[in-house]
Write a protein that binds this ligand. Sequence first.
Ligand SMILES: [Zn+2]
Length: 330
Amino acid sequence: MSEVVLALDIGGTNLKGAVVDTSGRVILAETIGADDATAEPLELVRALLARLAGRAEQSGHRLVGAGIVTPGIIDPETATVLYASTLRWTDVPLGSILSDDLGVPVAIGHDVRAAGLAEALFGASSGAAQSVLVAIGTGVAASILTSGTQVIGELSSAGELGHIPAFPHGEDCTCGQRGCLEVYMSGAGLARRYAALGGESLSAAQIVDRLPHDPLAARVWADGIEALAVGLKTVTMLLDPAVVVLTGGVSRAGDALLVPLRRQLSESLAWRAAPRVETSVLGTSGGRIGASVLAFRAANRAEVPEQWTAATLLSPRDLTAAGAPSLQTN
Ligand SMILES: [Zn+2]
């Protein structure tokens, strides 16, 4: 009987569950909406995992562990979700609840840190002991690896790159501070500023599409690039990473993002070289892949993911999606 784990990536809009075998391949998958108002999010998670575990066992596989990744403030040591605003969770001992349900060890991780781990093992930062992954979606968050170890922080809150000051006297942020990076460079920030400066209501993807012929789109985008370059300069000075990997919907802008960002970062660093800045290889699959690594580690099979490569982890469809120029804001 071949061994499998469950991997669950809890997003703002959906729950992406998968059964993953020892080669890293997804053998069963189910995605459900996270915004089902009739059900408590915890019950949705438990039901989804129970269904996947049942289907895995029916098809002759043996479940050995599970990895769950979610946004919010996560304590991986105690497998507790300390706070997750989208799920309305405070101090939920998710690991022990799900471990009781499933009868296997369960790891709980932060979604962006899991994506950073996956990218460092199999993706754009593979081989680099010092790397930072920056997820630019609705907001901005970072995963930091130094000497191969993930930086989590005293309050499990390391990596809130979206709320470092890009422009100290800048526009108000929803967090209560001013001039935060994600006010200017995030899916929500780009859309809000375009509308506030007199434009119509557009998504970040639509704003990027208009760059060649819309001066307001170009202005909002240029401010966003400048804010991100300031943020990456801070990251470079503080951590000296070999590579910075950009992921999330806004990173799909590709060269419209990379070319001016690399130039500004290089020009702003007077006395040292800039780290490499790349877009992610694993794309939206990063969270799920990181969750399956955490699951095999929790199951005392840390050697299993060491055999994996991006080519085996991603289906041809995933690879196309990761390289596609289209842009989504989540
Ligand atoms: Zn803020």
